[in-house]
Design a protein around this ligand. Structure first.
Ligand code: GTP
Ligand code: MG
Length: 360
């Protein structure tokens, strides 16, 4: 999974990126500090893997990973070349989801490009630039497709979709994906439009504002409407947290009255937003987590592990992680009838520890 970070300059994108990835990207108190994009990969923290590792005396633990891409700041008029322009958006065309960072902290020492802190205005500014950048791409594609559509039937369908997308963007809003069929969505995905990707708005608040929502966050949540799409984080605190070991982190979080680090919350929200889950494989050689879409059936999940396992899929032997932990071994859960044999129509569930049987 890949996640791209967007926002105005100097709002804390690189600070959050660093806190999440420990990648040490440059972050400083001036706009356009980031010019070239930064890429960092993080392991998705999963305590189940550590527990399984102990149980199986595993040689290797392999968490699933997420890649974050931190890019330059967008400003009003970027599509006309203002600031650093918008060409750098190409670095996030391939991502699965967008983190849109909004400044929700007061600090006179940190310059705001428009002079006042107003996350709703900022959100509209950046979203408009994303819309304009996608329109640029669509208009070029539209020209090409119009020519092709004269002879190719398939392209006539695409032309219709392109026109519908353009009209939504021209009206100043992100395309509503509910209005498109599954086939149409497939084509839309291939266009790599930023405005059709799921977005998580990150409210970057001051260190004292993690408890109750400050006025900026209240306004932002009201504007965005769906509270699940707004995640409150203090970039500065996350930066400090990322320097601590696990024990110190737990104490620090307790002191601050928060449950989880920003990384864990970003990951959890992104999984929810994208409809993802992970299943586990476990054994003495390796304990590993695998990311799949919710609703994935066993053979397709097996294909994540190895394409042969999907091709030659016979069955899945599934044990619930909690059961495995409680009874201490697969032999015991088998004896108790808690390890189930599932066929090709089985839909993978949370906490499944799986052994795929296959034949090639
Ligand atoms: N007080 C405070 N300062 C912050 C916070 N987050 C970021 N900053 C500061 O704001 C400045 C800009 O942060 P960056 O992370 O470089 O911002 P950016 O969005 O990557 O900026 P560009 O790369 O220029 O687009 C730095 O001096 C940070 O230390 C925060 O939560 N609180
Ligand atoms: Mg930056």
């Amino acid at each position: 999974m890949k996640i791209g970070i967007v926002g105005l300059p100097n709002v804390g994108k690189s600070t959050i990126f660093n806190a999440l990835t420990n990648a040490g990207a440059e972050s400083a108190n001036y706009p356009f500090c980031t010019i070239e994009s930064n890429v960092g990969v993080v392991a998705v923290p999963d305590e189940r893997l550590d527990k399984l590792g102990e149980l199986y005396k595993t040689k290797k633990i392999v968490p699933t990973t997420i890649e974050f891409v931190d890019i330059a700041g967008l400003v009003k008029g970027a599509s006309q070349g203002e600031g650093l322009g918008n060409k750098f958006l190409s670095h996030i065309r391939e991502v699965d989801a967008i983190l849109h960072v909004l400044r929700c902290f007061n600090n006179d020492d940190i310059a705001h490009v428009s002079g006042t802190v107003n996350p709703v205005d900022d959100l509209e500014t950046v979203n408009l630039e994303l819309i304009l950048a996608d329109l640029e791409i669509l208009e070029r594609r539209l020209e090409k497709t119009k020519k092709l559509a004269r002879n190719v039937k398939e392209e006539r369908k695409n032309l219709e979709i392109l026109e519908k997308l353009v009209s939504e963007l021209q009206a100043g809003r992100f395309p509503d994906l509910k209005n498109y069929s599954k086939d149409e969505l497939e084509f839309i995905k291939s266009l790599q439009l930023i405005t059709t990707k799921p977005v998580l708005y990150v409210a970057n608040v001051g260190e004292d504002d993690l408890g109750e929502d400050n006025e900026y966050v209240v306004n932002l949540k009201e504007y965005v409407k769906d509270p699940n799409k707004v995640l409150k984080i203090s970039a500065q605190i996350e930066q400090e947290l990322s320097q601590l070991d696990e024990e110190e982190m737990a104490l620090f979080l307790q002191d601050m009255g928060i449950d989880d680090s920003g990384l864990k919350r970003v990951i959890k929200s992104s999984y929810d937003l994208l409809g993802l889950m992970s299943f586990l494989t476990a054994g003495p050689d390796e304990c590993r987590a695998w990311t799949i879409k919710k609703g994935t059936k066993a053979p397709e999940a097996a294909g994540k592990v190895h394409s042969d396992m999907q091709k030659g899929f016979i069955r899945a032997e599934v044990t619930n992680y909690e059961d495995l932990l409680k009874y201490g071994s697969e032999a015991k859960t088998k004896e108790l009838g808690l390890t189930r044999i599932e066929g090709k129509d089985y839909v993978m569930q949370d906490n499944d520890v799986v052994l795929f049987r296959f034949n090639v």
